[in-house]
Design a binder for this molecule. Structure first.
Ligand code: ASP
Length: 298
């Protein structure tokens, strides 16, 4: 088999941190899944990123709750945690769920207990800056039903990695929509919505308003389109068109959402709904760049 160029793509400008660290791990011989988790963890640890891991913005009750998932394209092993409190590395915990349990998803206190049993340390995830941002962006007066604050107070780090053998791995991690209703789970820990990876077809991931991404099973949809022969770019664009179609059917405009895809041969796709301004990082040996995804009009 022809050797592939190791490639990592990751959402948003902070994806540069993720892509750099995931590529380093890939080149050191780690599997694409382990590399993707290393990449996500670098962003979870960054206190200046208020939508992922440590220093994430809290929910409507002022509690930081994290969502993450992982998927291995070789085995289709997957793991996920949702509504996780006090643990700064949800992506690694999702990997531990995949590797050490017969289950796929652990939530809330169960996920936290599992973390503590597996050597993760509990800590306060809020920082002065994240509390200030939560306070500044808090809906005033408070809106009913935990309707989130500003349209920009969320983002996910989604990392897709390809190694030289053509194996793929992926990972998503987020604190979700800020000011969300306590207990709300977005697309990011839902296998098939925030992430889907299958070496036979490709890897896809999402960011944006999770409720809309879940409604179209965004990442699974992209992978099945690629399996049927669409390029990663065509498949991402098709998913955004589907977002528009579903929004129209519901009498709404498509929410801000974006998709990324990586084929087993290294081709890349990215597309977003209007006004998303979706930048993503692409890393290959010796090169890292930020690209802007095309926005698909309604
Ligand atoms: N998809 C995430 C969620 O809905 C947020 C984001 O990526 O902007 O929780």
């Amino acid at each position: 088999m022809q050797s592939k160029q190791p490639t990592v793509i990751a959402t948003w400008p902070f994806g540069k941190t993720a892509a750099q660290s995931a590529l380093k791990a890939l080149l050191a011989g780690k599997s694409p899944l382990d590399a993707a988790v290393d990449g996500a963890q670098a962003v979870e640890d960054d206190p200046t990123v208020h939508s992922v891991g440590f220093s994430g913005i809290a929910d409507a009750l002022g509690i930081v709750t994290l969502d993450a998932c992982v998927m291995d394209g070789k085995t289709l092993d997957c793991g996920s945690v949702a509504g996780l409190e006090d643990i700064r590395h949800p992506a690694r915990l999702a990997l531990t769920v995949a590797r050490k349990t017969p289950h796929v998803i652990l939530v809330g206190d169960g996920a936290r207990d599992f973390a503590l049993q597996n050597g993760f340390r509990p800590e306060n995830l809020s920082t002065e800056a994240s509390v200030k941002e939560w306070t500044d962006t808090r809906p005033k007066p408070p809106k009913p039903m935990g309707i989130p604050g500003g349209a920009d107070n969320h983002d996910t780090v989604t990392v897709l990695a390809l190694n030289s053998s053509g194996n793929l791995g992926g990972c998503c991690s987020t604190s979700g929509l800020s000011h969300k209703l306590h207990g709300r789970v977005g697309d990011s820990p839902i296998i098939g919505s925030g992430l889907y990876v299958d070496d036979d077809a490709g890897a896809a991931g999402a960011t944006g308003v999770g409720e809309e991404i879940i409604r179209i099973c965004g990442s699974f949809r992209i992978i099945e389109s690629m399996r049927r022969g669409l390029s990663p770019q065509q498949a991402c664009e098709e998913a955004v068109k589907r977002l528009h179609a579903v929004a129209t059917k519901r009498g709404k405009h498509a929410a801000r959402a974006a998709f990324l895809a990586l084929a087993p041969d290294g081709r890349i796709g990215a597309a977003a709904s209007p006004d998303t301004h979706f930048d993503f990082a692409v890393a290959t040996p010796g090169k890292i760049e930020i690209r802007r995804a095309i926005e698909i009009p309604a």
